[in-house]
Design a protein around this ligand. Sequence first.
Ligand SMILES: Cc1cc2nc3c(=O)[nH]c(=O)nc-3n(C[C@H](O)[C@H](O)[C@H](O)COP(=O)(O)O)c2cc1C
Length: 154
Amino acid sequence: MKTLPYFCRGEVVKGFGRGSKELGIPTANFAEKIVDRLPADISTGIYYGWGQVGNGEVHKMVMSIGWNPFYKNTKKSMETHIIHDYMKDFYGEILSIVIAGYIRPEKSFDSLDALISAIYSDIEEAKKRLELPEYQALRDRFFCSTSDKIMNGH
Ligand SMILES: Cc1cc2nc3c(=O)[nH]c(=O)nc-3n(C[C@H](O)[C@H](O)[C@H](O)COP(=O)(O)O)c2cc1C
């Protein structure tokens, strides 16, 4: 994918609320205008990268882009799970992410448990890949102290 790494920043809006309740894996959803702006060559699927809420710490993240075939959503979404234990949700806050790489396509599963274990393996995969020096450098490049100057794009 030519457009990776891809940076974007936007407000966190409410999804269906299943991430926290059903899956135990909270996700932050971007507003429609951010989803619509994704370059065409960023296909649907599961990605990894770095994420930051407001001016907080930068953490590893995994992201699902698409229609969630398990739930048969009708609207495309970009859902980020930040790999960190937050005490609260962050609706209304500004989320900044850099998408660094691709893990797998979105799939439907026979059970909720199968979806949950797939997400846990994505998290492990993301944690491992993001330890590589090239991704550490990427984090520093996008989230240096002047993060206010970064615009959507790549
Ligand atoms: C790393 C990751 C992988 C995911 N993989 C899939 C998938 O393969 N199929 C699918 O239907 N949904 C997948 N999802 C999306 C979840 O189903 C979705 O986050 C959940 O339904 C919560 O959505 P909500 O915030 O709109 O309630 C994935 C989410 C994450 C964070």
